[in-house]
Design a protein around this ligand. Sequence first.
Ligand SMILES: NC(=O)c1ccc[n+]([C@@H]2O[C@H](COP(=O)([O-])OP(=O)(O)OC[C@H]3O[C@@H](n4cnc5c(N)ncnc54)[C@H](OP(=O)(O)O)[C@@H]3O)[C@@H](O)[C@H]2O)c1
Length: 263
Amino acid sequence: MSGNINRQILLVEKPSGKLGPEHFKMVENAVPEPKDGEALLRVRYISLDAANRAWMHGATYRSAVEANSVMAGGAIAEVVSSKAPELAAGDIVFGDTGWQEYAAVPAKHLTKMPKLEPMTHLLSVFGIAGLTAYFGLLEIGKPKEGETVVVSAAAGSVGSLVGQIAKIKGCLVIGIAGGADKCNWLTSELGFDAAVDYKDGAVFKALRAAAAKGIDVYFDNVGGDILEACLPQMNNYGRIACCGAVSQYDGAPAAHGRAACPA
Ligand SMILES: NC(=O)c1ccc[n+]([C@@H]2O[C@H](COP(=O)([O-])OP(=O)(O)OC[C@H]3O[C@@H](n4cnc5c(N)ncnc54)[C@H](OP(=O)(O)O)[C@@H]3O)[C@@H](O)[C@H]2O)c1
């Protein structure tokens, strides 16, 4: 904080195509005063997620972000002062503070977090990405030992965790990612059984070779052409976790007129 100034990033215009810096503006306002039941938070780390882009399209699992408002976003924050009995100065919490340095947020919308280092783990493996991967794979995908699991955006924050959880469950795991470096990382460091570089083209053929027994679980982070390549390779009683459609967020036409999945 510099004095009593709160720097905030506003979404000034909803993008209809590619998102760029011109859609945002930084403003300075006074640090807010917490009301009864609220805590004043100093934001430590903001989670910048692909899902943020989807929130600009309209309501998803949360309401849409409107133009000329503080850009929404989950963050790890420290309680500066509290008018809620369950929180005290120094507590570490997770909540939707938005992209700003300070926020006054009702305690009922905050989750108290353990103090651990690095604190960024609270936003990644123990945060939304970890929860999305864990519950999306285990509750929707329901992978069984020996089954074939395919995940797209596999080198991303959600996909990289999905693949590692699927390996723990004893599955054959194939990741789809862009570029040789990311594909090598998946197989050499994260333990994926195979990786398909979608930027090489021929995703359908490469998947057919890697998933010789067909796909039992597809964890879909991207939608579009990659989803189209997976659909005909799904086994009977296969499961698809429709997590997001990042290939569609910047205004790409939905493949075959299909609507993009909300993230
Ligand atoms: N993070 C969350 O907490 C969360 C929660 C709910 C839902 N989701 C959804 O989960 C998905 C993944 O999120 P994330 O946070 O893991 O994202 P991320 O870490 O930002 O990774 C996104 C990756 O998607 C790939 N990608 C982008 N455009 C693509 C395209 N046209 N075709 C194929 N791949 C493309 C890129 O990887 P390459 O370099 O490999 O192309 C990019 O790095 C998104 O759809 C998001 O909306 C995320």
